[in-house]
Design a protein. Structure first.
Lengths: 296, 296
């Protein structure tokens, strides 16, 4: 399969709009102080590609389920992703002024509001799962997947920003630990929650999980690469922050060319994993191809 | 019933030790970066009265359940309470140097670590519920209770620290909204989760909920009162911070004597609510009496 950027899933924008509408409706109904609601809406409904909820919806369909059954899980996934962005952007972390081309929440409102809105987004994700999923059994299982992945993601942030590895840990092992947790865990969870909502067989869940793990690793290598090759304007956030902070990244560690080769290798692994699912896996295949070559 | 401080529940310290041991064992088994594990242990295993998990365990017994069945919920409750303390103490919020007589986490480690450890405590609470509770149905229901209460608590923090009430809201209505959310929601949730773990009937759950709502309101009035009447040394945290920040409190609004009367009124409401439960409710009755007169 050729990795072609024109193979962008045709339904990505429509799915993003559906997820945004679902989130807006749910947020509207939830009693909250109006300034907190406005802060959450600013970050949650501010556009974005919605790659993670797309993975949830399409993983559900790929295992033969009705994607509608995965909408609550997709929305919860986007809330947790947004929580992580809001807290990562705080002055004590990345101190980022821009996100998706708009002022970050602590710049728009205050540091206190960004802290509390992030906290609320995280717990609202679990509330949404409990509120919108009829089966207590399914909701409990999804809460478990989401909580474990969130903790792995937070662990990844600690490995990345407050590293505490044994001194003899090779740089590549450190980098893989960071990526597997920081980006990989949530992408893996997005796919698994979708498959679980679609009542996946054990084999199909394993296929989806293997796909997700490869895509997750690939995603972060692409992100590292974009950060050194794109301008701030192209990215909609301040570029080259990783180099500023002297962080461990793929391009810094193995160079641009080897990073590109790693992306292709992971993309192939992801596609191989999907083979048993047949045509229902096509949207996930196209997304993988596009993620491998995306420019922002 | 006389409200007598000597009626401190005899089993409070033992229950606290049991909860602490349970939390320590679970935390030990969960793979985490060692510096994150140490940060979490510093705040989670640093003593404290463990009033909320005690409420969970004793509410379970009060409705006829085996308190052991409520241990995971009690532990999750303490994690969410601790998350809220860690984030409340941050420089962007209360900027508190001390908690339970020890340095706060952002002072001991860093602001970034306090942010991330708080995030982890919140999501670990949900992971623990999913991990340790056999029934998916029960775990889903507890996740829903805990998530909703956490969001109410966060809303309470926003009402308290970033108030955005309509200008004609009377001060007492503001104060009650703050208290019901900020302190009340979690105390209510602690009791309800225990009762749910004990398979409470609808009537028993209603009794426990009414008890919890009165105790929650009383708890915060006592806290307000202690803050103006106790020294820093007695409290183990810096006293009179509320007055420093010009916050709305019961003593500031209605005076010391009326605040004490309000405490007695809420205590009586709580005891009345427990009447239908009979002797199994005794530990909750004693706790209510002690909370009404506690000095720290």
């Amino acid at each position: 399969m050729t990795l072609d950027p024109t193979a962008l899933p045709a339904d990505l924008a429509a799915a993003a709009a559906e997820v945004e509408a679902y989130l807006a409706t749910w947020l509207d109904r939830r009693p909250l102080p109006e300034n907190l609601r406005s802060a959450i809406a600013h970050v949650l409904l501010g556009g974005g590609k919605r790659v993670r909820p797309y993975l949830t919806l399409r993983a559900c369909a790929a295992v033969g389920g009705d994607a509608k059954r995965a909408m609550a899980a997709a929305a919860a996934m986007e809330m947790v992703h947004t929580f992580s962005l809001v807290h990562d952007d705080l002055p004590a972390m990345d101190d980022a002024p821009l996100r998706r081309g708009r002022p970050t929440l602590h710049v728009r409102d205050s540091e206190a509001m960004a802290l509390l809105a992030g906290d609320a987004l995280l717990s609202l994700a679990f509330e949404l799962l409990a509120d919108r999923i009829d089966s207590g059994e399914l909701s409990g299982s999804l809460c478990g997947e989401l909580a474990a992945a969130t903790n792995d993601m937070i662990a990844g942030q600690v490995y990345d920003t407050l590293p505490d590895f044994p001194p003899d840990t090779p740089p590549m092992a450190r980098l893989e630990t960071i990526h597997r947790n920081k980006t990989g865990a949530l992408i893996r969870c997005a796919c698994r929650m979708g498959a679980i909502c679609g009542d996946a067989s054990a084999d199909s869940l394993a296929s989806i999980t293997a796909y997700a793990e490869a895509v997750g690793l690939m995603f972060q290598v692409v992100d590292d690469l974009l950060d050194v090759t794109q301008t701030t304007e192209q990215l909609g956030k301040v570029a080259d922050r990783d180099a500023d902070h002297g962080k461990l990244t793929y391009p810094a560690l193995i160079g641009l060319e080897a990073s590109r080769a790693e992306i292709n290798r992971q993309a192939q692994t992801a596609l191989d994993a999907l083979a048993p699912l047949g045509p229902p896996g096509d949207p996930l295949r196209r997304l993988c191809g596009w993620l491998a070559v995306r420019t922002r």
